[in-house]
Ligand binder design. Sequence first.
Ligand code: GLN
Length: 447
Amino acid sequence: EALDAVEKKEKDVNSFVTVMRKEALERAKEVQEKIDNGELTGPLAGVPVAIKDNMCTKGTLTTCSSKILRNFVPTYTAQAVANLEEAGAVIIGKTNMDEFAMGSTTETSAFGPTKNPWNTEHVPGGSSGGSCAAVAAEECSYALGSDTGGSIRQPSSFCGVTGIKPTYGTVSRYGLIAYGSSLDQIGPVAKDVTDCATILEVIASHDTKDSTSVEREDYDFTSALVDDVKGIKIGIPKDYFGEGLDPEVKEAVLAAAKVLEQKGAIVEEFDLSLVEYAIPAYYTIACAEASSNLERFDGVKYGYRAKEYQGLHNMYKKSRSEGFGAEVKRRIMLGSFVLSSGYFDAYYLKALRTKALIKKAFDKAFEKYDIILGPAAPTTAPKLGESLSDPLKMYLGDIYTISVNLAGLPGISLPCGTDSKGLPIGLQLIGDCFAEKKLIRTAYAYE
Ligand code: GLN
């Protein structure tokens, strides 16, 4: 059914870079046999899933939606994906994304933009736009996305689906092609909170192959699926409801807070200062790390190599110039600049200090509140083409999601209504580090 839906909808939505029809059908048969003889019993056995194309899948193209990796077939599988396979998941394809996960609309993909299934004149958000659109269009039951500055939560909000960005270190980054290593985290995108909790339970694991992987006390998230928020303290940052927030989004998010209040949560406004510094700090750190991470794509070891060149340096230069798109180049240049001698202290170091202050501000908030509630994005999905011409405006759209990555916190985005154009609005809940259970419980109670 999923593959049939893909066949029917892909020409309009373009959620996939690679559809694995043959492999998926074979795999489904194999899994069914294992289910029949009792070898596979978990909730994900036989369920079709789509994987964002920045996660390595052994033997299957993994492009990061970039020309530079258009022929890259990894020899190993990302740990999060391997965990799914072990649970009997059936991978039906790899989803479209902003090139190297840099963007907020899935328009920077080298393989054409993904469209929002709610209205194909609009973007699905990004960078996990393919994963979120595939779930919204019912081309798969769920998908994996990655979130460096909002790339799971913002497209989930634009596509009317639910997505979790877990606490940094919860899901192994082994085999996730790095963008900003200190911020990147893989997470589930699904129809509802129950599915997300079920998937997170499978993909989260301690992994010695990822030095930033954390060994958590337990990996049980589904026990938090209880419809009870009595006594949960919810803080609403006033700073999240100021200038730039669409009034329809504001209204829907505040109405969601009311629902939780009526169910017994204690809801209060507070000042979460430093919000205005999150964007410059994030783009400084993310670009710095990206400029280093993307050094490996030089046309030598793997990936695209220019056809004609004179000598080694010219080969590097031409391969990278031809292989990377405009947004990726912009970020490599910005990142190299803020790391260069003479500017390092003024930009990169300052951004790191800002990051520490943001973490402190959250720590203080979590002394008082269990959950922080706000919008996932300032607006609903813009029209295709609207954001590309103005990168700064696009960066400003990340205002509510990026500080969560800077502080390493878990966050969830779930639908809380639609605007007058009929486009979905996303509610964001943020928890303290390792407080996924509280987050899931609150989201579940709202839903
Ligand atoms: N929009 C943000 C960026 O472009 C976030 C992307 C992400 O989370 N991968 O960096």
